[in-house]
Design a protein around this ligand. Structure first.
Ligand SMILES: NC(=O)c1ccc[n+]([C@@H]2O[C@H](COP(=O)([O-])OP(=O)(O)OC[C@H]3O[C@@H](n4cnc5c(N)ncnc54)[C@H](O)[C@@H]3O)[C@@H](O)[C@H]2O)c1
Ligand SMILES: [Zn+2]
Ligand SMILES: [Zn+2]
Length: 380
């Protein structure tokens, strides 16, 4: 058997964002071979998460363009860089927007999934050398979360991908690479919802509805979903939401409504909107003594939060969570296996299947509140 040829630069199509809020343009780009400890992946399917849209709009962050977005993806390893022994060509993988090196203080702590080496990358470059791997018209293109899956091929660090069962459908499990896993983990690992408890979820997108699913599986007795979009009501039932509340139907603050229907506040509340103002409402919606608020949203505008100190003095806890507290490499394969055993729902979050050429439609649908997840199928 001949040994594999060393990988070279490839030319492929990628959806390039040239500026904040500007429609993506499908361009021919050049992609470097994987550098040491990196892998190059043929992206099979990638879905649009609200975090891509927020970063593309760049209302709170410094705009970084041109850029290739996309961080919720499944694909097949095309080539591996020097020193990679964990992956082989043809392996099925999910990309990880926050990686796991397995050796840093956080990875070895047993208490954190915030890897100090391969954690959330915000500057649009690769972790290992702060460089980029894509070029268009002679210019470097920035990455997003060191994943950049809105491309036929991408390069990621081997710590920012995880091998999964080859029988799992990539067009479905791509959702586990961010939103669905983030919501389930917030319910199970971060809040650790107990059976019989009351839960209130602000924002019924994929993340909020995955929290609802996690709460239902844990046997929560009341799962209240709060959303300003009335179209979310029917869909929410599928994931276990027992009571739907639209804040626009009430003259009083939403936290007062929640307190009334939960006889003094829920056991757990979750902020899944990306609105820091709603974190205060979420805190006020859970009960004195033991109420836990988990915030998952990535703010679109104002990043600071404000809350009266008495909310904490009376025993509430506010917790934040990235990727639902999962250690991405260690924990994600078991979620894929749970999906294969039909213990968790994933397909039901997919409202649209689109071709790569239709990628801007996914952005429009999400901006207009008309989808949960749009799965983008890359050319075969
Ligand atoms: N922490 C993490 O690991 C993680 C992972 C994925 C996504 N996120 C973030 O979580 C949030 C949710 O993501 P998503 O993909 O489900 O987004 P989404 O846009 O699909 O869902 C947000 C929902 O909030 C609703 N909403 C908006 N304003 C509201 C208001 N004032 N009151 C009530 N409901 C309101 C919308 O109608 C929508 O249904 C985003 O901020 C996203 O960036 C975080
Ligand atoms: Zn995401
Ligand atoms: Zn680490």
């Amino acid at each position: 058997m001949s040994s594999p040829q060393p990988a070279g630069v490839i030319t492929c199509k990628a959806a390039v964002a040239w500026g904040a809020g500007e429609a993506l343009v499908i361009e021919e780009v050049e992609l470097s071979p994987p550098q040491p400890l990196e892998i190059r992946i043929k992206v099979v399917c990638t879905s649009l998460c609200r975090s891509d849209l927020t970063a593309w709009q760049s209302l709170t962050s410094t705009p970084i363009f041109p850029r290739i977005f996309g961080h919720e993806a499944a694909g097949i390893v095309e080539s591996v860089g020097e020193g990679v022994s964990e992956f082989g060509v043809g392996d099925h993988v999910l990309t990880l927007f926050t990686g796991e090196c397995k050796t840093c203080r956080h990875c070895t702590s047993g208490k954190s999934n915030i890897c100090q080496v391969l954690g959330l990358e915000r500057r649009g470059v690769m972790h290992s050398d702060q460089g980029t791997r894509f070029m268009v018209k002679g210019r470097p293109i920035y990455h997003y979360c060191a994943v950049s899956s809105f491309s036929e091929y991408t390069v990621v660090h081997s710590g920012c991908a995880v091998k999964v069962s080859s029988i799992a459908p990539l067009e479905k499990i791509c959702l586990l690479s961010c939103g669905v896993a983030a919501g389930l983990g917030a319910a199970w690992k971060v809040a650790d919802i107990a059976g019989g408890s009351t839960v209130v979820i602000f924002g019924l997108g994929t993340v909020g509805l995955a929290v609802a699913q996690g709460a239902k599986i844990r046997g929560a007795s009341q799962i209240i979903g709060v959303d300003t979009n009335p179209e979310k009501k029917e869909k929410a039932k599928i994931f276990g939401v027992t009571d739907f509340i639209n804040p626009n139907d009430y003259d009083e603050p939403i936290q007062q409504v929640v307190k009334r229907v939960t006889s003094g506040g829920a056991d757990y509340s979750f902020e899944c909107i990306g609105d820091t103002g709603m974190i205060t409402a979420a805190l006020q919606s859970c009960c004195d003594g033991w109420g836990v608020t988990v915030t998952l949203g990535v703010p679109k505008v104002k990043p600071e939060i404000t809350a009266h100190y008495a909310l904490f003095l009376t025993g509430r806890t506010l917790r934040g969570s990235l990727f639902g507290g999962w250690k991405p490499k260690s924990d994600l394969p078991s979620l894929v296996d749970m999906y294969l055993r039909e213990e968790i729902q994933v397909d039901e979050f997919i409202t649209h299947n689109l071709s790569f050429e239709e990628i801007n439609r996914a952005f429009d649908l999400m901006a207009e509140g008309k989808c949960l997840r749009c799965v983008i199928h890359m050319p075969k």
